[in-house]
Design a protein around this ligand. Structure first.
Ligand code: SF4
Length: 197
């Protein structure tokens, strides 16, 4: 692992900056390839993640892995993290204070990895990073903000009991990696929402 990411990981493991440290079993730092073109950002660790200290390893994580595999991409090739790195009790949505307190870690991850695009998974990440809501209305869209590209899709957890959303997630992930290929080939891409204009 990259030395700077290793240091963030250690800081996350030891972090006591917000009250979620009191109820967690383990902090859950981001994980994956530091040379990845994409960072996936979810909401927060769940029960399995809290138990094992790794992101997206429960049922939702399996949905994400399956979507990646169907796009011909391995989990090891990408970087996956969350808005907050500790599990909120009973999987409640993290509060704005918790999100704000934790945001420096994500900013550091982004500044080290410098992804071509950030894939936002679900409403909490959409709201935290872009101030958005109703991800199902905006999913599949490409956003530009502060010289950073974002791609919006549903949270894999939302697909667990919804077969239609599985198709949506798979379709979006396929689109995302087609887009990444175009970015690597320096092709011009169509921005759907531009926060700079
Ligand atoms: S959620 Fe973030 S800020 Fe809060 S204790 Fe965990 S790592 Fe620290």
């Amino acid at each position: 692992m990259n030395q700077k990411l290793q240091s963030i990981k250690q800081n996350v493991i030891e972090c006591i900056k917000c009250d979620l440290c009191k109820t967690r079993t383990n902090s859950v730092p981001g994980k994956g390839n530091f040379k990845s073109s994409v960072i996936f950002v979810g909401e927060a660790p769940g029960k399995n993640e809290d138990k094992n200290g790794e992101p997206f390893i429960g049922v939702a994580g399996k949905k994400l892995s399956a979507a990646l595999e169907s796009a011909g991409v391995s989990r090891e090739d990408v970087y996956i993290t969350n808005i907050v790195k500790c599990r909120p009790p009973k999987n409640r949505i993290p509060t704005s204070t918790e999100r704000e307190t934790c945001q420096d870690y994500l900013k550091q991850e982004i500044s080290i990895i410098k992804p071509k695009i950030i894939c936002i998974l679900g409403n909490t990440a959409f709201n935290s990073l872009l101030g958005g809501s109703e991800i199902t209305k905006f999913r599949g869209k490409i956003v530009l903000k502060d010289n950073q590209l974002y791609f919006l899709t549903v949270h894999p957890a939302a697909t667990i009991y919804n077969q239609e959303l599985i198709k949506v997630l798979n379709k979006d992930i396929l689109k995302l990696f087609d887009l990444i290929t175009e970015l690597k080939n320096n092709k011009e891409i169509q921005i759907d929402i531009d926060y700079t204009t």
